[in-house]
Design a protein around this ligand. Sequence first.
Ligand code: ADP
Ligand code: MG
Ligand code: MG
Length: 318
Amino acid sequence: MSDDARVYSYSAVLMGSPILLKLFEHNEPLASRVFKLIKQYEDLLTVNRAQSQVMDIIHAAGVNPVSVSRPVYELIKCAKAASLVPGGAFNLAIGPLVKRWKIGFKGDSVPPAEDIAQLLTLTDPHNVVLDDAQSSVFLTRAGMEIDLGAIAKGYIADRVRDYLRQQGVTLGLINLGGNVQTLGSPEGGWSIGLKKPFAQDNALLGTIEVVNKSVVTSGVYERFFELDGHRYHHILDPRTGYPLDNELDSVTIIASESLDCDLWTTLIYGMGVEKGIAALRGRPDIEAIFVTKQREIILSSARHYRFTLLDDDCRLIA
Ligand code: ADP
Ligand code: MG
Ligand code: MG
């Protein structure tokens, strides 16, 4: 759809990422309100500033529970549930390790093994204690930190979708630094590119056509640093404290909610192809596209999207 003359694109940089809004009408004020909404949610959820509701929880670790607004509480509750999924790599309490590695930020380095072992003891999601009645969150040990970096964009993309719908928009797309959420069905559907891992030139492996769905990719090529010939990327394995190491270059999830996409990209990353496909058998609403280091593209299923292969070097396994 991107070449369609009727499409109006609005861009901004928020949450440290490029943001793109596509509408089928020229509506600058609406675009401004969308960007403002994104900023408001970022202010609640960020851990990259001194103050936010999430930072309030972190500052009170080992001391007292902190009541937060209902949406923030519900998001943390959802993140805790995902952190307890067997075999998944998602862990909302991964914060101390993320902060120590600083991957993708200034000063990233490989921490000494003793530090990693010590920080791992601060990442048990059971020690994130929730109280529904108070909407409160308590990190029971001093030094614990929650990190919603893997799901904040998905959550906010869904809120933008809801807002656009409420404003009477029937066709729209929001791309929050790689989290794509779509509204409605333009002619031919929305076409979303699947990036070729490590390509310098924005080359695509293929395109994913969707209607009213979100598409999210998590890849080891997104944010990383290299040292002594080894690549350290930004998705950490909560079991080891080191970047996840498996057969995958990227995982893409297609689902109605961008939050589900975000949770499942990280869950599935920890499971790998075989276990990931098995886990999705019980969730026909959630579909995965795996890209392996062997240049295979594996579809768990393709009920709610159409995939078109563009790269001849890859083998498509459906
Ligand atoms: P982005 O959208 O910025 O590319 P991802 O959605 O790929 O980020 O998630 C990576 C981010 O999630 C990391 O930068 C970190 O903040 C956080 N994170 C890293 N490892 C984990 C993990 N195992 N569980 C939950 N969050 C993680
Ligand atoms: Mg993300
Ligand atoms: Mg990502």
